[in-house]
Design a protein. Structure first.
Length: 215
């Protein structure tokens, strides 16, 4: 008789748990932070450290050990391990789907979600460092993502300056552009993940095959 696989917590469960413990980082950004940290060439990266960093460096206060295990288990077994599949070319990562009416306020929200997702990915990838050694393809992709982040920042500023600009035709066009830009972001994120995963494997292979020096 086959043993039943334990059902892993899905995104809805993880989202509810981080909200329960007042996580200052929104779920859409948690996803990209984790993905960046999974891909990082920095070998010192650790899922538990990344989880603590969501709450500013320390885990939230729990009433019992079961609560701590529930949160950490959902974040690692559910979210983190689920995101590792995007290290394959056949499993591209998708940013959070945003379904909104084309209004100025929603445009600002849409732009902010994308900005936070890009910030999260870079933060996870750089793993607390200002500079890291990236493969050439990833370096180019990060440059493109920085440009796209600036565009998202520009959209947020524009809406903040003119929150009532509800010109339907213009907004429809801008939303369409944002959806196109989202596809570009996803491509560049996926290329970064693939290039960094490959580079990390090569690094680890190099460490494992290094022969000890004979004295």
């Amino acid at each position: 008789m086959k043993q039943k696989k334990a059902k892993l917590p899905g995104d809805a469960v993880v989202k509810a748990l981080i909200e329960k413990y007042d996580c200052p980082v929104p779920f859409h950004e948690v996803r990209t932070r984790f993905l960046g940290n999974i891909a990082t060439p920095e070998l010192s990266a650790s899922p538990l450290q990344m989880i603590q960093d969501l709450w500013g460096g320390e885990l939230p206060v729990f009433d019992s050990m079961d609560e701590a295990n529930e949160l950490i288990g959902a974040l690692i077994d559910g979210l983190w391990n689920g995101l590792t599949r995007h290290q394959k070319r056949s499993q591209p990562f998708r940013l959070t789907r945003v379904s909104m009416d084309p209004t100025a306020a929603n445009l600002g929200r849409y732009g902010l979600i994308r900005l936070e997702e890009l910030d999260g990915f870079i933060e996870g990838l750089f793993n607390g460092h200002d500079i890291i050694d990236l493969p050439e393809r990833a370096h180019g992709a990060i440059g493109h993502l920085a440009e796209l982040r600036a565009m998202m920042g520009g959209i947020c500023e524009l809406v903040a300056r003119d929150p009532d600009a509800d010109d339907r035709t213009k907004l429809d066009t801008t939303f369409k552009h944002l959806r196109e830009l989202t596809k570009i972001m996803e491509t560049e994120i996926h290329e970064t993940v693939l290039a960094c995963t490959r580079a990390r494997r090569q690094m680890l292979d190099g460490i494992l095959t290094e022969k000890p020096t004979v004295h």
